[in-house]
Each structure stands twice: as structure tokens, then as C-alpha cells.
Ligand binder design. Structure first.
Ligand code: FMN
Length: 397
């Protein structure tokens, strides 16, 4: 992504350094434009070093040669102004092109985000409110300000949104909304099957894969319900609705309810196959612990859902395998009557959490690799989902 980071003259200008650094580390190309006042707060040298590009300030600056304001407006895919002062919001709302930042803003036609930062009284002033209203009407995305401690020592609404939040909002703004209007249920993480209140049967799944799918699907416009096992506490996209569960039986119940109003089911959870047949409600003390516990099979969540909704909803399962993953994915897809199965190689330090990752997607048109990390696998899987939906396969809730 090619991003212009605009910085105006407020205390929070120091946070723009972290924003630029984060974007650059994530592989994005960044050009910084500062207002003249912003240079009183942070040196352009800092942004030049962080972004690796010349910093533009005045309308006469030529970081990209003559007519740099036009070159920059056409070069960028997105623009984020952080911090946005009350004064800058006013000039953007009025279209006053008196410095490089407001000039480039007028010439740019892609998504623009602003992160206001100011004292609560300034933020709540009717003039600022009117300017923000105008900017929103013009399609500008206003992120924050948040409530918290301000440089003045006061507490209130006026803190600039955090850099990580702005990076996520930028990604949302530029994402292709090819899953808009699609409703999806995604499961993630391990289930817990209790023997007694302090002992349980589970597995090392962290939910990382399911959460990557849920977050990316939400970014691409889907309405996502994430049904996740305990200890899945990874950051979620604000549009993901989380429904936490404990056991496989709980998971099935919640999925059966959520799937009714969805078109797509992606079962990425590692559901325990068995559960203790006779769990007890109080701790079993060591002296009376038996050496054997009777187990009974858990419901097969994906198979149950597939049997109830086959042909009416798009059904995708996951298989964790220690060998022959592509062949086993194909076998599982056929056996359970699913539209697709993703097979992950696990074991020997592979497959869980941030471990190295190898996966394959088996569909009715063949089996293909899904890449070597979970974010890439999630993206490729969702490309396939979007393609199937575009083909108009008639999935309905
Ligand atoms: C120390 C100091 C801190 C300031 N902090 C803010 C701020 O957080 N938000 C804001 O809107 N204005 C703040 N101002 C006022 C702006 O710097 C002033 O309105 C300036 O004209 C903004 O110029 P610019 O929008 O072109 O960068 C501050 C001023 C000073 C002296």
C-alpha cells in the first residue's frame, strides 16, 4: 500500500512517528507531509529517517520534483492525517489549500482517514463539530478521538487514536469489499472437556487460524460470528461478533443457532473428539483419582452442520494432520460431504499458534497449497469463498 501520512501541529505529533514506523515495518510505502506548525513539535528529519523519503511541508516544496502536490495525490492509495488539529480539520473542511498537506488532500481521490487530537473543549466546540460533519459528508473516515489522559493533565475525549488502531483502520479502508453482505460463522480454538473443575482434555490450538479468517472476512465486508473456545483472546476486528464457548457440545449448540442466518460456515476450531463420560462437579483428590476414565465421543460439529445444511450453505472444514495432509483433506471432504477442507500439517513444532505453517485446500476442482503462514492461508481461502459466491452458487440462509 502507498500511504501519505499527514502530520499537523499538536502534541500527539510524536505518535505519528510510531505510526510511520509501524507502516514501514509492515512493508507499506510511506510519504510524510507535515504542516509548518507540526515541524515545531517533531523534526522532519525524524520522519525522513523513518519513512525513507523526503518530507513535504510548504506548497513550494518539491520532494517528488516539480508539481509534487499532483505527483503525491496521484501516487497515494490512502491518506491518514494523524494527529489532525482543530485548525487542520477546519482547513480541510473549507478546502483551504494553503500548505502541502491541505493541497494534496484536495487533489487526492482515495480513502482519507483523520485522527483528531485536541482538548475536549476544542473537540466539542460547535465549529469543530460542524467541520467534522462536513468531512464525514465528504467521505472522510474519522478515527477517534478516544477518551483518556491528555497532555494538559485533564481526562476526557480528545486523545488521538493509537497508531496500531490507525493501521487497522487504514487496512479496512483500502480492503476490497468482495464479501460485503455475506454472513459467515467461523469457529476457532480448542474446546475444553472437563473431568472435574480443575482437569480437562484439550489440545494446543490457539485459535490463531480461525481469528485470522474472521478478521479478514470482516475487513472484506462479511458479517462474522466467531464461535471460539476458551483462551482465544486474540485481537478481533470490531465488526466480528464473538460467541465464546467451552466444550464441543456448547460449540455445536451455538453454531446451530448462528448458522441459521448465515451463508458460509468455516470450522477452523480444534474440537475434542472425546469427552469424559462422567465428569464430576467437585475436585477429585489425588488419593481417589482412578487410573482410567471412561470416555465418550463428542458430537462431530462440522458433520452435524453439513448434514443439516448441505447444498444450502457453503461448508468448509479443517483437518489437522501429521502426515499425508493433502490426501487426507480430500478424503475428509468426500467423507463429510463438505465443499472444501483445509488440511494443516501439525506436530513436531508445526501448525499451532505462530508455528511454521503448511496447508492445502481441497475442493471439487482439486487440491492446492494455501501458503506458508496463517494470514496468507486465510486470504487465499477467502478468495476462494468470494469466487464461489460470485459464481452465484445460491447459498442461502
Ligand atoms: C504546545 C501546543 C500544543 C498544541 N496541541 C494541540 C492539539 O493537541 N490539538 C490541536 O488541535 N491544536 C493544538 N495546538 C494548537 C495548534 O498548534 C495550532 O492551532 C496550529 O495553528 C495548528 O496548525 P496546523 O493545523 O497547521 O498544524 C497546540 C499548540 C501548542 C502551542
Amino acid at each position: 500500500m502507498r500511504v501519505i501520512v499527514g502530520v499537523s501541529g499538536g502534541i500527539a505529533a510524536y505518535k505519528a512517528c510510531e505510526l510511520v514506523s509501524r507502516l514501514v515495518q509492515a512493508g507499506e510505502e510511506v510519504r510524510v507531509i507535515m504542516t509548518p506548525t507540526a515541524t515545531e513539535f517533531v523534526s522532519p528529519l525524524t520522519f525522513r529517517a523513518l519513512s525513507g523519503g523526503a518530507v513535504a511541508i510548504g506548497v513550494e516544496d518539491e520532494p517528488e520534483g516539480p508539481l509534487s502536490h499532483i505527483t503525491l495525490s496521484h501516487w497515494a492509495q490512502a491518506m491518514v492525517v494523524a494527529p489532525a488539529t482543530a485548525s487542520l480539520l477546519a482547513r480541510l473542511a473549507q478546502g483551504t489549500a494553503d500548505n502541502m498537506l491541505s493541497l494534496v488532500y484536495l487533489g487526492f481521490r482515495g480513502p482519507v482517514l483523520v485522527a483528531p487530537a485536541m482538548e475536549p473543549d476544542m473537540w466539542q466546540h460547535p465549529r469543530t463539530e460542524a467541520n467534522v460533519r462536513i468531512l464525514k459528508e465528504d467521505g472522510v473516515i474519522v478515527v477517534g478521538p478516544r477518551e483518556g489522559r491528555l497532555a494538559s493533565g485533564r481526562t476526557g475525549v480528545g486523545r488521538m487514536a493509537e497508531p496500531h488502531e490507525l493501521v487497522e483502520a487504514l487496512r479496512d479502508a483500502v480492503a476490497v469489499k468482495d464479501l460485503a453482505g455475506v454472513r459467515m460463522v467461523v469457529t476457532a480454538g480448542a474446546t475444553w472437556e472437563h473431568f472435574d473443575p480443575v482437569r480437562l482434555l484439550t489440545n494446543p490450538s490457539t485459535g490463531r487460524m480461525g481469528v485470522a479468517i474472521a478478521n479478514q472476512a470482516a475487513r472484506r465486508g462479511a458479517a462474522v460470528v466467531l464461535v471460539s473456545g476458551p483462551r482465544v483472546n486474540l485481537p478481533l476486528h470490531p465488526a466480528v461478533q464473538k460467541r465464546p464457548v467451552v466444550s464441543a457440545v456448547d460449540m455445536l449448540e451455538v453454531v446451530q443457532d448462528a448458522i441459521v442466518s448465515a451463508e458460509v460456515y468455516i470450522g477452523a476450531a480444534a474440537v475434542s473428539d472425546f469427552r469424559p463420560a462422567h465428569p464430576v462437579g467437585t475436585k477429585v483428590h489425588k488419593e481417589s483419582l482412578g487410573r482410567e476414565w471412561e470416555m465418550e465421543p463428542n458430537p462431530d460439529v462440522i458433520r452435524t452442520i453439513a448434514d443439516q445444511h448441505r447444498g444450502k450453505k457453503l461448508m468448509i472444514g479443517f483437518a489437522a494432520e501429521t502426515e499425508d495432509a493433502p490426501a487426507r483433506a480430500e478424503a475428509k471432504r468426500r467423507k463429510k460431504g463438505l465443499d472444501a477442507v483445509v488440511a494443516n500439517m501439525v506436530g513436531g513444532g508445526r501448525g499451532f499458534g505462530e508455528d511454521p505453517h503448511d496447508s492445502w485446500l481441497s475442493t471439487d476442482t482439486g487440491t492446492r497449497p494455501l501458503g506458508r503462514d496463517k494470514d496468507q492461508a486465510a486470504a487465499l481461502l477467502l478468495d476462494w469463498v468470494a469466487e464461489r459466491i460470485r459464481e452465484g452458487a445460491g447459498w442461502k440462509s
